[in-house]
Design a protein around this ligand. Structure first.
Ligand SMILES: CC(C)(COP(=O)(O)OP(=O)(O)OC[C@H]1O[C@@H](n2cnc3c(N)ncnc32)[C@H](O)[C@@H]1OP(=O)(O)O)[C@@H](O)C(=O)NCCC(=O)NCCS
Length: 169
């Protein structure tokens, strides 16, 4: 692959991302979880990865939407990450995460949290490879039980189980 560049996400990236995201998730309807606000209001902690196609036009390879926690002054949160299936296992997900870690570390954050669906075994493997720990029930008083039960069942509502990850930078 030609050179990959990372840059901050911009409002104009929203349409490009929602155009591909359901396909990147194997047909799961995901676009509704990525409203434009992430690209408008969280650009300083959200990134896109691109390369140039054969005609020299930018080709989207991946994106990350994240933000600084408003509630916990030491934390940052990754809401979404996606890489073009044709470009996976090429280090782009790692590049996006490391860029995010650098950005939030510069803002004084040293904990990163995120959740993923337990059926998304690829995502679970990726987060483990990135050094995230699956949080145990009760770990981090007041931090881990954002809703639902202590084991992640119905974390995001009925039928919406989540694996919760954290990493200390
Ligand atoms: C999860 C995802 C972003 C990973 O992106 P990627 O560019 O393929 O990841 P990388 O190539 O940077 O891999 C980083 C590490 O994770 C590991 N990894 C990535 N995907 C993996 C998988 N499916 N199974 C096992 N390990 C995996 C890599 O082997 C690598 O490990 P290493 O650094 O120890 O060698 C990508 O698979 C994706 O877009 N999946 C669909 C969307 C999704 O599930 N997003 C997460 C929930 S929001």
């Amino acid at each position: 692959m030609t050179e990959v560049t990372l840059r901050h996400a911009e409002a104009a990236d929203h349409a490009r991302v929602v155009a591909v995201v359901d396909g990147w998730w194997g047909g799961r309807p995901m676009a509704a979880m990525l409203p434009r606000l992430f690209f408008v209001h969280f650009g300083s902690t959200s990134f896109v990865a691109e390369t140039l196609d054969d005609e020299g036009a930018p080709r989207l390879l991946g994106f990350l939407c994240g933000f600084l926690s408003q509630t916990y002054a030491d934390e940052a949160y990754i809401h979404f990450v996606g890489v073009d299936p044709e470009a996976r296992i090429g280090g782009i997900g790692r590049m996006l995460y490391e860029r995010f870690f650098d950005a939030v570390r510069a803002e004084g954050r040293d904990v990163v949290r995120c959740v993923t669906s337990p059926v998304n075994t690829g995502s679970v493997a990726f987060h483990r490879a990135m050094g995230f720990a699956v949080e145990l029930p009760g770990e981090g008083p007041g931090r881990t039980s954002g809703g639902g039960s202590d084991d992640g069942q119905a974390y995001d509502g009925p039928g919406q189980d989540r694996v919760r990850f954290s990493k200390r930078l």
